[in-house]
Design a protein around this ligand. Sequence first.
Ligand code: PAF
Length: 281
Amino acid sequence: MRVVRDPREMQDLALAKRRSGARIGVVPTMGFLHEGHLSLVRIAKREADWVVLTLFVNPTQFGPKEDLDRYPRDFDRDCALCEAEGVDVVFAPETPEVYAPDHTVYVVEDVLTRGLCGASRPGHFRGVLTVVAKLFNLTLPDVAVFGEKDAQQLRVIRRMTRDLNFPVEIVGGPILREADGVAMSSRNKNLDPASRRIAPRLYQSLCAARTAYEAGERRMAALRERVLETLGDLSPGAVDYLEVVDDVTLESCGERADAPVLIALAVQFPGVRLIDNIRLD
Ligand code: PAF
């Protein structure tokens, strides 16, 4: 396995691979890898001949009061995990190599990013799309794999890929969960013990809504109520958002959730914001 730091070297390497006819797969990550990331690597390995995992904590997707400095990092462990999974290249550039100090160009999506995380994290998706576009240009993938846990991110990246004609197939990987249902996330490590005990309620509450949906409940308010009931008492303001949206447009479903829907929520614990979602079809 090769570790590449220099964007130019990465691009040359990818170009040579493309010319040799290899199908390139990319798994973009911010590191501190867990089983969820590794499951994306396994998908990429099935889909491609040569797999690059990018490891870059992207500052432009963090707001000024967010956890950029506290975002967990462990480069050596990440490399060991990648090596064990058969990743071909870990691309881990430094921030000044990715962003020129006077950079002024960003990628912006205007519609799918209006609600959910886009509403509570202004500028977040501008940072995500900009870095993903840059990573696509540097690694030249045929296929790129992203987790379904970041459901809005996945849909926004698909839209960017379509609208900007990137010749990249976007594949979504299912959410992987801990034994108690907590969606795997690098941020889980920063949960204090009390928050970690409460965290399983996120998925339990989504499952409660799914049970109601499967029993025929389509009233949006009733589905929301099921989630809130199961979440129970959290500190005031802890629920950043809880939305029942159309799975494709990400617009609120109105009174009735008849089309395939996504129920998405974000809960703020001390110093850690967790997101989760469930798709009901
Ligand atoms: O999902 C993530 O880890 C990040 O948002 C991504 C896609 C790697 C961009 O920095």
